[in-house]
Design a binder for this molecule. Sequence first.
Ligand code: SD4
Length: 306
Amino acid sequence: MKWSVISTWKMSFEGNRLASEILQNQGSAEDAVLQGIGMVEDDPSFHSVGYSGLPDIDGRVLMDAGFMHGRTLSFGAVGALEGFRSPVQVAHKLAERPVNNFLVGEGAARYAREHRFEERDNLTPDSYQRYLEEYRKRKPLSAYKGHDTVGFVALVIHGDLVSATSTSGLFLKDRGRLGDSPMVGCGFYADNEAGAAAATGLGEDIAKGVLCFRVCELMKNGYSAQEAASQAVSDLTRSLIRRRGHCDSISLICMDKVGNIGAGTNIPFVFVCADDTHPAQLYLAQEKDGDTVITPVLASEITGID
Ligand code: SD4
């Protein structure tokens, strides 16, 4: 295997194909994940990432993103960033600095403006309409009512492992709320000496298990990517149910340092993966008796799961 790429949800399919093309043409893992996520950030038909993302309680689209290099362990992240086209590009740029790598709110916006990242109002008439409808109902929402994170992990053999995320976070979240997606170790992690991962689901529960770091540690200790993914999700789910009586939706994708992939989930979860011998393919991951079972699927078979 020369390269491998895995990404969350059906919405990442075209982005995964673009990332595959970049990797096939000797591009870097870094470029592949940025372009793959960028495609999702630009598509208004996906209401949980970038353009047309879902608003917070005040009707504003505030976005979170993270990026990590497995070679140097450098990471960058933005939280509650408003008004920019590609939060993941900003997170990537922040990873170049020795300090001040995770910026939120006005500080993140100032940095993005100073570095001339493209500005864009991500609130569309469609996302505002959804906001008005849900706001009127004012019911507590769960993580999967259209609030998915796009996460990508890619590897170029003899090169780098990288991981990145981008999301508008929970619909109707409180002003300033951050989920797992911009928190290193929780929503994303990459270490060339262990593996890399990205998560989606309820950020508050994912963070309780520092889930992406945990799955990388399991791979470092000899678990296969699939064993690590399945075990990390099932351990955290069981632990939260035992101690708190409830665990919300949690899913993750991961890759070991030679490009084998894994997925763990406690709900039906779709992901996409490709490598230099297989084109982008959709898979359905499902929980069964505490394990995650994976089957290849066609897009037409999974209507209702983004
Ligand atoms: C968050 N993890 O902000 C994100 C939301 C998500 O599927 O991925 N939902 O908590």
